[in-house]
Write a protein that binds this ligand. Structure first.
Ligand code: PMP
Ligand code: GLN
Length: 383
């Protein structure tokens, strides 16, 4: 393994899902729903395969139907205009979009500011590009996490090339506010930074609203927006993601994508095009269902003695284990499956500042109600 990747041997999701499989514990670690997305959308994929649409290499940037649907979705929900031919790219999940963006936009030695705790692929992709990550920590207070614009300003140096934002934010469930994003936008414009935004949880917002960073003044021309069908349509195995960006930035990301996967799986693209056009009732229904699950698991975890950060978005709830007399989230999560048959993820692995992250543990609530109830019962009364 080369020196760039040496610190990234295996992901916490692989470790914890293997632990879940090995012990038969309830897996509230890796974030994936235990109910598949809309039947009509799954049928659309079957139909595409049967009708011979996308069974051979589709066009590199994505099939036109999906690129059009992505542009329509940006207009419908955010009033943002993108040209489907020059400003939209289909990728193999948001994961490939993140990798392609980092590889295309960074020079070795560039600094990338990312919100900490950060999703694990950010650190690895920044390293693959030979760049350096500079974390700006979201600080918990009053039951929620906040971005301090002064900390962000202080992290910017002449080497800073890019801000990597994630809202709604994994793992904390934070939805960046209008004021926070306005401050970010001002700094990005002032220092002429590129901004890459991971918005895969854009439709999973329970309090407040998702504001795409590209909608702020001076941002449209410097922002590479990333999203994915996985969370919005409960189809994480399909790996259909996308990028929206001004033509020059999009062309750069497309160049990198060409040599990573060349193209993304064809039939799923036609189905996701149909999914994006689902009526508002679908999006609202999914949000309300997850809101109820958030409340159910948050209450269960509080009952079990955790301090709970009720998330404004995503399908993760972060807890502090110190009220349980524990302080090491990694040790806690490694012991939890045998202790009470539940798997969770220690958020310390998403921090450079190990001390700041140590006592936090993330639980996923994209599971059936009875599974969440059973998990809460087990956590309340460990064997
Ligand atoms: N970004 C974030 C913040 C995520 O939580 C995930 C995981 N689902 C991804 C990107 C990856 O998305 P995809 O499965 O579409 O590659
Ligand atoms: N994004 C999901 C999570 O945070 C899982 C993705 C993965 O397994 N890499 O749990």
């Amino acid at each position: 393994l080369n020196s760039r990747l040496a610190e990234f041997t295996s992901t916490i999701f692989a470790e914890m899902s293997a632990l879940a499989a090995g012990t038969g514990a309830i897996n509230l670690g890796q974030g994936f729903p235990d109910t598949d997305g809309p039947e009509a959308v799954r049928e659309a994929a079957v139909r595409a395969i049967r009708d011979g649409r996308g069974n051979q290499y589709p066009p590199g940037p994505g099939v036109p139907e999906l690129r059009q649907a992505i542009a329509d979705h940006q207009r419908r929900f955010y009033g943002l205009e993108f040209d489907p031919d020059t400003e939209v790219l289909v990728t193999a999940g948001a994961t490939e979009a993140i990798a392609a963006a980092m590889l295309a936009l960074l020079e070795p030695g560039d600094e990338v500011i990312a919100l900490e705790p950060y999703y694990d692929s950010y650190a690895a992709c920044i390293a693959l590009a030979g760049a350096r990550r500079v974390p700006v920590t979201l600080r918990p207070h009053a039951g929620a996490y906040h971005l301090d614009p002064d900390e962000l300003r202080a992290a910017i140096t002449p080497r800073t090339r890019l801000l990597l934002l994630n809202t709604p934010h994994n793992p904390t469930g934070t939805v960046l506010t209008r004021a926070e994003l306005a401050a970010v936008a001002e700094l990005a414009v002032e220092h002429d930074l590129l901004v890459v935004t991971d918005e895969v949880y854009e439709h999973l917002v329970f309090d407040g609203a998702h504001l795409p960073p590209a909608s702020f003044p001076g941002m449209r021309e410097r922002t590479v927006g990333i999203s994915s069908a996985g969370k919005t349509f409960s189809l994480t195995g399909w790996k259909v993601g996308w990028v929206t960006a001004p033509p020059e930035l999009l062309a750069a990301v497309r160049s990198a994508k060409q040599y990573l996967t060349f193209v993304s799986a064809g039939p799923f693209q036609y189905a996701v095009a149909e999914a994006l056009a689902l009526p508002d009732a679908y999006y609202e229904g999914q949000r309300e269902e997850l809101r109820a699950k958030r409340d159910l698991l948050s209450a269960g975890l509080a009952d079990a003695g955790f301090a709970v950060y009720r998330p404004a978005g995503t399908y993760f709830v972060t807890t502090d284990i110190r009220p349980l007399g524990e302080k090491d989230g990694l040790a806690f999560c490694r012991a939890l499956p045998t202790r009470c048959g539940v798997v969770a993820v220690p958020t310390a692995v998403f921090y450079d500042d190990q001390e700041a992250g140590a006592p936090f543990v993330r639980f996923a609530f994209c599971k059936k109600d009875e599974v969440l109830r059973e998990a809460a019962a087990r956590l309340r009364a460990p064997a």
